[in-house]
Design a protein around this ligand. Structure first.
Ligand code: PMP
Length: 423
């Protein structure tokens, strides 16, 4: 497959963009990333004109695939042609917030922002403001964006920032515990309970190979936060309006967090984030309360139009049936292939998320298990081979892969063939 244009563009990019990209993960593919010319349904076409079945799907936002339905396109174009934004409120923001509040069990009010990172930054600030406490409990291997409070590694006893440029003092306030380890979470609350503002947790680790929750884990976090006067924040940036359909992962797992962060799908492919929750908590944000929160682009009309029309389209069509059906066909097919060809590896995911994790012994229960996976083999051998078969997998071993409404049964078969060949 000829990928010279991608290689040349990367070469040019290395001079003017740091690492050739604008978000670190995009540079992960070896020996250079694929530059995209355009999307088409469930496929992308690269700068050399090669076509791939695309399971990156914008890293999650594109629930409907690359071709937005007429209604979404029309709404986006109308908003853009009427002046892209105003710095004053519009009816669209109200309507979008009403939609989210109507469908997501824990949400009564919403504050829109511009990225998942901004959402988790603001949610943590809100939790600290409301409780008057500093400490935040997160999961090892969880991801909540490029923000100071959560870029922390280590464990409850010894921890430090996972990025240069973050003061060590900040990391003292963030306590990582292993996902699915109710005993360790309980121990941390016994030791620090009076200082913990919140637990910030993804319903499943969706940036770490996909690790699903074991029965009772989220209930334990709910009980611990309730008992100690801390808030439970679910980061549904990936799972929101994907896992569990319009009710999100919290309806699937039947746990009601105090606050929820969103991103990705709710912007219909445009930059977005949001914090949602109970009125008494949300009204601690300015201008009602004292927790400062603001943004020039927040509630951007084009984003709001794209997001709302996307969600309405999903509500009125068989979107979730379709993506979940293809998701389970992929997982079933992969399980069959893995069981004979790579029995140490695990097929993970639920609803429209899927992945094969190159673990060495069984399904991962936490982020550490995924760290032990054969990451280098995945990067250097497996992914390039699948790419040569015309199938675009996520950029590294850790990111989820996403089914969209535009994908077809044929895309699934082609993908299973590529896995069969490469494994
Ligand atoms: N939280 C989770 C669970 C995410 O997966 C991500 C991004 N993948 C973020 C937060 C950060 O979102 P953004 O990249 O839009 O800032």
């Amino acid at each position: 497959m000829n990928r010279e244009t991608s290689r040349d563009l990367y070469d040019r990019a290395l001079d003017v963009l740091v690492g050739g990209v604008n978000s670190s993960v995009r540079a992960a593919p070896q020996p250079y990333p694929t530059f995209v010319r355009k999307g088409d349904g469930g496929h992308v076409v690269d700068a050399d004109g090669n076509r791939y079945v695309d399971w990156v799907m914008g890293l999650g936002p594109l629930l409907l695939g690359h071709d937005l339905p007429e209604s979404v396109q029309a709404a986006v174009q109308r908003r853009a042609s009427e002046g892209p934004m105003y710095g004053m409120p519009t009816e669209l923001e109200v309507e979008h917030a009403e939609f989210v509040a109507r469908h997501v069990p824990s949400v009564e009010m919403v504050r829109f922002v511009n990225s998942g990172t901004e959402a988790t930054v603001s949610a943590v600030r809100l939790a600290r403001g409301v409780t008057g406490r500093n400490k935040v409990v997160v999961m090892q291997g969880g991801y909540h964006g490029a923000q100071e409070s959560t870029l922390v590694e280590g464990d409850a006893d010894e921890r430090g920032p996972s990025s240069a440029g973050i003061p060590r003092e900040f990391a003292k306030h963030t306590i990582p515990v292993p996902f699915n380890d109710a005993d360790e979470a309980t121990r941390v609350f016994e030791e620090h309970g009076d200082d913990i503002a919140c637990v910030l947790v993804e319903p499943m680790l969706a940036n770490k190979g996909i690790v699903e929750p074991v029965d009772g884990f989220h209930e334990t976090l709910r009980d611990l936060t309730d008992d100690h006067g801390a808030l439970l924040i679910w980061d549904e940036v990936i799972t929101g309006f994907r896992v569990g359909g319009l009710g999100c992962a919290q309806s699937k797992y039947d746990v009601t967090p105090d606050l929820t962060t969103f991103g990705k799908i709710i912007g219909g492919g445009f930059p977005v984030g949001a914090i949602g929750g109970r009125t008494d908590l949300m009204e601690e944000f300015t201008p009602v309360g004292d927790v400062f929160q603001a943004g020039t682009f927040s509630g951007h009309p084009v984003t709001m139009a794209a997001g709302l029309e996307t969600l309405q389209y999903a509500a009125e069509n068989d979107v979730y049936e379709h993506v979940n059906d293809l998701g389970s066909r992929l997982r079933d097919g992969l399980r069959e292939i893995v069981s004979t060809q790579a029995p140490d590896y695990s097929v993970v995911g639920t609803d429209s998320l899927f992945k094969v994790v190159f673990t060495r012994d069984g399904p991962p229960r936490n982020g550490g298990d995924v760290d032990d996976a054969a990451v280098d083999r995945w990067n250097r051998v497996f992914r390039p081979q699948v790419l040569d078969d015309g199938v675009m997998l996520s950029q590294n071993q850790f990111e989820s892969q996403f089914v969209s409404y535009a994908h077809t049964a044929e895309d699934v078969e082609r993908t299973l063939d590529a896995y069969r060949d490469a494994l």
